[in-house]
Design a binder for this molecule. Structure first.
Ligand code: F6R
Length: 605
């Protein structure tokens, strides 16, 4: 994880690096730091905690120089202390790093054996000391950097300054993304296009194993063997303006309330309501020939995949399997010839999902990436990209990306069903019409904001909360539990309602709120019976439903939801569980947009 940026510039670097780091904070916020070079001398400031702490450190002691590197950290090796914060510096180099150096222990042993001492515990310091040792042996900077790279095993993106070299910066990419940006008499490095958005829109995406040498005048890219290579320049579409919170207290709240708009936007790209048809992007294969769909993702995106499995199997009658990306390739999945593997990721950079994508591609599967960030590694490597059009999602807890993922997956399932001949034109038009109602119904759910806030305040001090649902709403129960635990730090679990009596019901007492997700469908009676079993054991049941009015009478709370079909309900019921988590977190006073220990883009396995 971590975000890195480098500016080889002609005006003071520190404020510009800080601006880039603000855009990169979604990649980690355990500590931050900047190093600059001026008259050949390296200097740095670092601070544990969020970027504000680094800004305070810079106010107390300014950092001059027109060129520099910056880092925002998600800790892997070593606690988030100042000593472990990047940049790591020696008398010769300053380095920022995103990723993990897997062989750092043997390298450290080797360097310790040569009498080289270490200040911190990070794997990155090993890179700094190794490069320094080669420079101290008299190697020219380019050779020393290349030799260092040949010794590293793992995933990394690096940005390096060398003392005495005001017109030089190195970058390298292996497993973690790195982008080169071009300016007027300046050049840049950054983790992604967003990092460089205020600096340049002319970019090169480095490929795996590439490394780059920047001067103010030019950029040279090399392959792992050290041969110069040409990489295409692209024009980034990422807007330079910083997204703000508008009238909302947190990005998460803003993003929850944006959902009717962005879902309408996403559906607008995939549905043709006049023709009553779904329009997917051009595919390099016929959907009708797909024998099986494999869906792979992490976290919230994984729950979107689980919902999609119900739609795909029910509507298209195509077998669908769903995997957590970090487990996928290790179970040696059995691929089917011509199978379609869909990788779902808001960021398009999640390390495990990307590794799974590469695994499926190498096995000859047709590969689609369902992403929010166009230009992300998954989008560039997939055969087909299904953009979700959610707009920048800043809150670490995914909300609008989830409902946009679901909207696009619902459209995909309809199209697959039509391609497979499982539904005729009239049925397709009816499904399109049903899906079209989603934004309006989402807006209705958001009108219950105050009621949900009240319920949230009443559960905010619980130790444990359970979410239960059946069928297509079981993944929404799990998503509700994930949202609650990640931002309010309340222990929460999502269960299939019928599974409770196989163990978890032992947890129930008068202190355990249970959120029941029970739209009026074929399963409502069974779910409500399970909720009655909880009430019989003094559990505090909160029912989210458009039915079961009578049964709701004895329950702790009842949120009345709009009625809709199964293509829409998982999207609608995502909203109250997001708002419950949001208001519980606000009540507890946690850092809603940047919860502890997390990062928005998880680029380590
Ligand atoms: C939870 C959350 C995470 C992400 C997961 C995958 O609110 O945001 O669970 O869903 O880290 O991230 P992407 O979708 O970027 O691959």
């Amino acid at each position: 994880m971590c975000g890195i940026v480098g500016i080889l510039g002609t005006s003071p670097a520190t404020p510009r690096i800080l601006e880039s780091l603000k855009r990169l904070e979604y990649r980690g916020y355990d500590s931050a730091g900047i190093a600059t070079i001026e008259d050949g001398k390296l200097d740095r400031r670092r601070a544990p905690g969020k970027l504000g702490a680094l800004e305070d450190a810079l106010k107390a002691s300014a950092l001059s120089g027109n060129s520099g590197i910056g880092h925002t950290r998600w800790a892997t090796h070593g606690e988030p202390t100042e000593a472990n914060a990047h940049p790591h510096m020696t008398h010769r180099v300053a380095i920022v790093h995103n990723g993990i150096i897997e062989n750092f222990r043997p390298l450290k042993e080797e360097l310790l054996g040569k009498g080289i001492t270490f200040e911190g515990e990070t794997d990155t310091e090993v890179v700094a000391r190794l490069l320094t040792s080669y420079l101290d042996e008299g190697m020219p900077p380019r050779d020393a950097f290349h030799k260092t790279l040949t010794r590293l095993v793992g995933a990394f993106a690096l940005c390096v300054l060398i003392s005495g070299e005001d017109d030089l910066m190195f970058g390298a990419r292996e497993g973690s993304p790195l982008v080169v940006g071009f300016g007027e008499g300046e050049n840049y490095l950054g983790s992604d296009a967003m990092a460089l958005a205020s600096l340049s829109n002319r970019l090169i995406y480095l490929e795996e194993g590439d490394w780059a040498e920047l001067t103010h005048a030019k950029v040279q890219v090399f392959d792992p063997a050290g041969n110069p290579v040409e990489r295409p320049t692209t024009i980034s579409q990422v807007a330079a303006t910083m997204v703000d919170k508008g009238n909302h207290r947190h990005f998460m709240q803003k993003e929850i309330f944006e959902q009717p708009t962005v879902v309408a936007q996403a559906l607008g790209r995939y549905l043709d309501p006049n023709a009553g048809k779904v329009r997917l992007p051009q595919m390099p294969f016929e959907l009708a020939t797909v024998p099986k769909v494999t869906l792979v993702a992490c976290g919230t995106s994984f729950y979107a995949a689980q919902v999609a499995r119900y739609w795909i199997e029910k509507l298209a009658r195509v077998p669908a399997e769903v995997d957590i990306a970090s487990e996928f390739r290790y179970r040696e999945p059995v691929y089917m010839h011509g199978g379609l593997a869909i990788f779902i990721s808001q960021s398009g950079e999640t390390a495990d999902t990307l590794a799974a994508l590469r695994h499926a591609k190498a096995a000859g599967q047709r590969v689609a990436a369902l992403v929010n960030v166009m230009g992300s590694t998954m989008a560039r490597e997939a055969d087909v990209v299904l953009p979700i059009h959610a707009g920048a999602e800043i809150g670490v807890a995914s909300t609008k990306a989830f409902t946009c993922q679901l909207s696009v997956l619902a459209a995909f399932a309809i199209d697959l069903a039509a391609a497979k001949g499982q539904i005729d034109e009239t049925q397709e038009a009816a499904f399109v019409e049903e899906l079209e109602t989603t934004p309006k119904l989402m807006a209705q759910v958001l009108h219950h904001d105050e009621d949900i806030a009240k319920i949230a305040r009443s559960i905010a001090h619980a130790r444990d909360v359970l979410f239960v649902g059946r069928g297509i709403h079981f993944p929404i129960a799990m998503e509700g539990a994930l949202k609650l635990k990640e931002i309010s730090y309340i222990h929460a679990e999502g269960y299939a309602a019928g599974e409770l009596k196989h163990g978890p019901i032992a947890l129930i007492d008068e202190n355990v709120p249970v959120i029941g997700i029970a739209p009026e469908d074929d399963l409502i009676d069974k779910t409500v019976s399970n909720l009655q079993e909880i009430m019989a054991r003094q559990g505090k049941v909160i029912l989210l439903s458009d039915g079961a009015e009578k049964e709701a009478e004895g329950m702790y709370a009842h949120l009345s939801m709009p009625s809709a079909g199964e293509l829409v309900t998982p999207i609608l019921y995502a909203i109250p569980v997001q708002l419950l988590a949001y208001y519980a977190a606000v009540e507890k006073g946690t850092d809603v947009d940047q919860p502890r220990n997390l990062a928005k883009s998880v680029t380590v396995e």
